[in-house]
Write a protein that binds this ligand. Structure first.
Ligand code: GRF
Length: 226
């Protein structure tokens, strides 16, 4: 972890703490464009949320660099440093819990998190997936949708439960497949939708405005949630 302790919410790049901001922890494995959308949303005046920690499973994840640039604490927990999946989950759980998150966001985090992690943050972990779930779960969703020949795909922002790409759906956006699309081109248009929906979902969960009823995630109106 970066030298400074994760003590309070920080205005990006300033180190200034804002006591009432909702605390967001983001986990990444790669490029981090979804993380960037969250950092940008949190940096808006009056956003009411702060990214307090960015964790990664590998030191080379570009998302870590984005976090550092925004003045956010970073940490790396590598599976190779742990004897089995459970101890990796526990190490990550302890790291994330120490940051006292209101919401944990998986933003291109390419590890499956087991029950020891998921149960520590009930209905407070969000994931974004580049398909219209339940179609095309797993790590190759965009390529598989293209190979299948679908005309419409998209993204799903959902709460995380103990099954992969499975928890209650919060938002989905459809993205038409265009003639001549390759995986990268299609994925870029899907990501544009993720960048729009993920900050919205993170804010709603952080503010306690999402009620989970079985498979359904319901957004509470302001009057009801008060
Ligand atoms: C996103 O499309 C996300 O849905 C998937 O991986 C991609 C991550 O992109 N799980 P980025 O690292 O946020 O740019």
């Amino acid at each position: 972890m970066a030298a400074s302790a994760v003590a309070g919410n920080q205005l990006p790049g300033t180190g200034e703490t804002v006591a009432d901001d909702k605390r967001v922890v983001v986990l990444v494995s790669g490029h981090g464009s979804n993380l960037q959308a969250l950092l940008d949303a949190a940096a808006e005046p009056g956003s009411g949320m702060a990214v307090v920690l960015v964790g990664a499973d590998r030191p080379g994840a570009h998302g870590l660099e984005r976090a550092r640039r925004a003045g956010v604490d970073t940490a790396v927990v590598r599976p190779a440093d742990h004897p089995d999946r459970r101890s990796f989950d526990l190490a990550l759980r302890d790291l994330v819990a120490a940051a006292r998150p209101d919401v944990v966001c998986l933003a291109g985090f390419m590890r499956i998190l087991g029950p020891s992690f998921v149960r520590a943050f009930p209905d407070r972990i969000l994931n974004t997936h580049p398909s219209l779930l339940p179609a095309f779960r797993g790590a190759h969703a965009v390529g598989e949708a293209l190979d299948y020949g679908v005309k419409l795909t998209g993204c799903t922002v959902h709460l995380v439960d103990e099954e992969v790409d499975h928890g209650p759906v919060l938002f989905q956006a459809a993205v038409p497949v265009e003639p001549g699309d390759d995986e990268d081109r299609l994925h870029e248009r899907i990501k544009a939708e993720e960048h729009r929906l993920l900050p919205l979902a993170v804010r709603l969960v952080a503010e306690g405005r999402v009620r989970v009823e079985g498979r359904r995630a319901r957004v509470l109106t302001e009057e009801v949630s008060r």
